[in-house]
Design a protein around this ligand. Sequence first.
Ligand SMILES: C[S@@+](CC[C@H](N)C(=O)[O-])C[C@H]1O[C@@H](n2cnc3c(N)ncnc32)[C@H](O)[C@@H]1O
Length: 450
Amino acid sequence: MARRRIDSIIVGERQREDLGDLDGLMASIRDWGLLQPVVVDADGDLVAGGRRLEACRRLGWTSVDVRHLGELSDPERRMLELEENIRRKDFTPIEHSRAVVGLASLVRSLARLENRADPARNPRGGRPPKPGSYRDVQQRTGIPEATIRLAERHVAAVDHYGALQEAPQDAAVAAAKALDRLGEPDRAPLLMALERGMLTANQVAAAAERRWRVTDLPRHLAKQIGTAPLLEALNGVEPYYVDAAAGVALLCGDALELLPKLNLEAIDLVLTDPPYNVRRAYPNGDQRADYATWTRAWFELVPRPMVVSPGTTNLALWWAMQPPDHVCAWLKPNPCSGSAVRGWNVWEPLLVYGTLPKKLAQDAWSMPVGPQIDAAWHPCPKYLPFWRMLLGETTNPGMLVLDPFAGSGTTLLAARDLGMACIGIEADADYCALIVDRLEQARRQETGAA
Ligand SMILES: C[S@@+](CC[C@H](N)C(=O)[O-])C[C@H]1O[C@@H](n2cnc3c(N)ncnc32)[C@H](O)[C@@H]1O
């Protein structure tokens, strides 16, 4: 490295003609010096650093640090100049904002160390800025106060909502401001849509500004949100039936064999009603000597959170296996079965394991149980209106639900109705065929198809 007079450096025809705004660069060189020398060849021709050289000249410098390259052919020199410009990767919007915030904060701490206003910093007269104030930082760095403030809001937005990381600065700031005003149940689906690339930050801001409620999220959008993770979760396992547009898939087979083949990371909630081992007329008997071991086996395979309707006779077993994190209740003001275990016939426990994707507004619901006429071929179909309500209370549209014991397909139908994606598993082939009938009927009703 050597020192060289600026007027001895020959600036020939440059590949970058527009030097742009040099104020910021000049302020930086003035305060920190020339951190990166300019590059010249053996003849004193400038190879790289045209902007730096011009900034130094405008600051009134007469000489600069230079790096000398030896004899260079014309193509070599052009190559070096281009290299410098091309290889320098532009900051992403958030990298740029972080750099501005970091620089402003460093300058602020240094200025505060000076601890008194410097009149020299106010060349136009008047009161010098307070050390470390925005005006002071602007004068020291050449970065406008509004730019620093915007960069700070941008960094805060991305730190709070990681999904805004890739968004342009203005859009990220607007989306964060709008999201802040929403309650958690309305914010969550919008954030999820953003994370999954289904909405841009601008669209999220617009949606949140209009204060959309979760239920306002367009059904088709909710479905799209859920469909990609649905296919991801299937992990190449061939479904018995899939309606990708509706976001539902049914696997026919033993849950214990199929679960390990799925990618369960994408599942937002497991909602299930397993066999109770009470000799229901399932084709597979519903009577296992190894019920506790079998239950533990699938319990350990499924992800959390999970809402399970355990069956009253098995409550002790569930507690012994693992006490739930929460217990909810379905109060049935019209008990429909006798009190087989001395009680429990007017309310049904629902066990929650893990943290639900949505905060519960209440944890007990009263709803009379009604017949499931279209599923009467199954010995114990859940009552669809209650199951749908339970799913809506615990999960947001667009999320992906898993039911490893699909039975008559109630969870699949409830999810379909609510704009959620769902994977169901059912071991019995006849039930699977009947689930498909139910799902197809729902599809026909929705599309108006015959
Ligand atoms: C209590 S029922 C589920 C009823 C369902 N909630 C509904 O609303 O229709 C349990 C279901 O699990 C199925 N099943 C039993 N063992 C299974 C296994 N290993 N894998 C998948 N499904 C199984 C049974 O055939 C039965 O249909």
